[in-house]
Design a protein around this ligand. Structure first.
Ligand SMILES: Cc1cc2nc3c(=O)[nH]c(=O)nc-3n(C[C@H](O)[C@H](O)[C@H](O)COP(=O)(O)OP(=O)(O)OC[C@H]3O[C@@H](n4cnc5c(N)ncnc54)[C@H](O)[C@@H]3O)c2cc1C
Length: 476
């Protein structure tokens, strides 16, 4: 490989007591537990360990770095008063405070790098209000439950992660990017998707700050480093009974060409993901609907768009091997399309074979399939291709979640450099814990300025943002 070294291997995650600016060695955890009286506090080592993990195990690098990071205490909250009590205790005693919701994040997002308190917010799960075009829910409400509440009014969420049965709305806003629905509605940060959020500060006397519209960007993808989201209001759209489908193509290039042609406002698609045939052995329940010689496009299509969709598949030499509503597929023992896409693709593989890991790529727009064609040729059996097609910033775009044979750290970074060396590709490194080393690349100064208000002592999820320096802390 002939790549210029454009992507640097970051320093390992800053784990352990010494990375935290306040003295943790002399903390009296029994006294902290007494301060948390009335709350559900978990103290047993197995419980604390279980509540200190997420899906970082996809990365052998993070598995090695984070496996020993464990909370000193886990506290489960179910009301705003509970959150207030925990935030005040963390501030008074200067303890690291990491928020955990569904725990489905991929990069150790809710792993307490320096121990301290993990606050589990899954008990704050009520849907608070539904109006035409919007829904307000507590941050710990699961995305699927919110969708079910919206459906009762004939409406639906605009987007959700493929983990929606477990993932919460607060976790999606703090840790996520976009997902199922982004083909139609853009990514989380696109205008009009997030409407309002209430955030509690971590201070001796916690305050609630209300964020409206674009102000929510201050906490979006901030990994819970700058305030506890209490509840959020997001936009709804009229519900559609999507047709979940699989279209098969004779080559991956043809599948990608089809995806480019299908990325048009003339088709109403909620999901469009292409997955090459070498993934087929991992999709065990699909049988000949995803055979070893068929390159797949997994889709969710509006019924009204089906005739046009079918013609486009045929025009690209494809055939539809499966189509039905989610209920029909589930009744037939088949996965819904969204469990064949996004990071579920990686999960399908890792369930059967742990010798793989993954990389995330944002391609230059407009997407040129020749870039992926080149990667197929140069990476051989080391890299399996999967692309999610979505709108971002009003434009259609393409993102890759590649399955990568684990051959050690040096090999991973060689691949990253090669991918970034041509075609305007950008790696969203999933083997790192900080916001900036991962997807964002640069420090979001607006988020850091908000942190100075919402977490002035720098206690929240320490070690996850390079934008925060200990000298920024305001003494509590
Ligand atoms: C198989 C698989 C598929 C996935 N697909 C997608 C996808 O399609 N799109 C996508 O964007 N992501 C995806 N993810 C990542 C993840 O599932 C989502 O981002 C999910 O929304 C995270 O929600 P959670 O409740 O599990 O959050 P957690 O993992 O518990 O937390 C995520 C981050 O948010 C913070 N946080 C949680 N709640 C709050 C709160 N109330 N206030 C402040 N901070 C908070 C945490 O501290 C942590 O930093 C996927 C992951 C897996 C394993």
């Amino acid at each position: 490989m002939s790549a210029e070294p454009t992507i640097a291997r970051p320093l390992p995650a800053q784990v352990g007591r010494e990375a935290f600016p306040y003295d943790l060695d002399s903390v009296d955890w029994n006294a902290v537990q007494a301060d948390l009286r009335g709350l559900n506090v978990l103290t047993r080592p197995a419980q604390r360990k279980q509540h200190s993990k997420d899906f970082f195990w996809y990365s052998p690098i993070l598995s090695a770095e984070l496996s020993d990071c464990v909370a000193d205490l886990v506290v489960k909250v179910s009301t705003e008063d509970d959150v207030r009590q925990v935030c005040a205790v963390a501030a008074r005693r200067k303890l690291p405070l990491t928020i955990r919701a569904g725990g489905t994040g991929n990069y150790g997002q809710c792993v307490p790098l320096q121990g301290g308190l993990v606050m589990e917010v899954g008990g704050m799960a009520r849907v608070l209000d539904i109006q035409p075009g919007r829904i307000r829910a507590q941050a710990g409400a699961r995305m699927y439950d919110i969708e079910m509440a919206a459906r009762e009014t004939g409406q639906a969420l605009r987007m959700w992660p493929s983990t929606w049965h477990v993932a919460t709305i607060g976790g999606f806003i703090s840790g996520g990017f976009g997902g199922i629905g982004s083909m139609r509605h853009g990514i989380l940060r696109d205008p009009g998707n997030l409407l309002r959020a209430r955030v509690m500060t971590v201070e001796r006397e916690p305050r609630v700050i209300e964020l409206v519209g674009d102000e929510i960007q201050q906490v979006q993808h901030a990994f819970g480093t700058n305030g506890v989201i209490l509840d959020v209001e997001v936009a709804l759209s009229p519900a559609v009974e999507w047709v979940h489908g699989t279209a098969l193509f004779p080559s991956y290039r043809k599948a990608l060409d089809f995806a480019c042609a299908a990325s048009t406002p003339a088709l109403d698609l909620f999901l469009l993901s292409t997955v090459e045939a070498r993934f087929s052995p991992f999709y065990t329940s699909m049988g000949d609907r995803f055979p070893p010689d068929g390159h797949a496009a997994f889709t969710m299509v509006a019924p009204a768009s089906m005739p046009k969709f079918e013609s486009l598949v045929a025009a690209h030499g494809g055939r539809i091997s499966m189509a039905g509503t989610e209920a029909e597929l589930l009744a037939a023992g088949l996965p819904p399309a969204y469990e064949c896409a996004y990071n579920h693709t990686t999960l399908q593989a890792l369930k059967l074979d742990r010798s793989w890991t993954y990389l995330q790529v944002a391609y230059a727009q407009p997407f040129d399939p020749a870039v992926v064609q080149r990667h197929l040729e140069i990476f051989g059996d080391d890299v399996l291709q999967h692309q999610d097609h979505a709108r971002a910033g009003g434009e259609f775009g393409t993102f890759g979640i590649l399955l990568v044979r684990w051959k050690g750290i040096d090999h991973q970074y060689e691949l990253m450099r090669e991918i970034e060396s041509q075609g305007g590709c950008q790696i969203f490194n999933p083997h790192v814990v900080t916001i900036e080393d991962g997807g964002m690349k640069t420090i979001d100064n607006r988020q850091i300025a908000f942190k100075q208000q919402s977490d002035p002592m720098g206690l929240m999820n320490p070690g996850k943002t390079r934008g925060w320096r200990h000298d920024m802390a305001r003494p509590g």
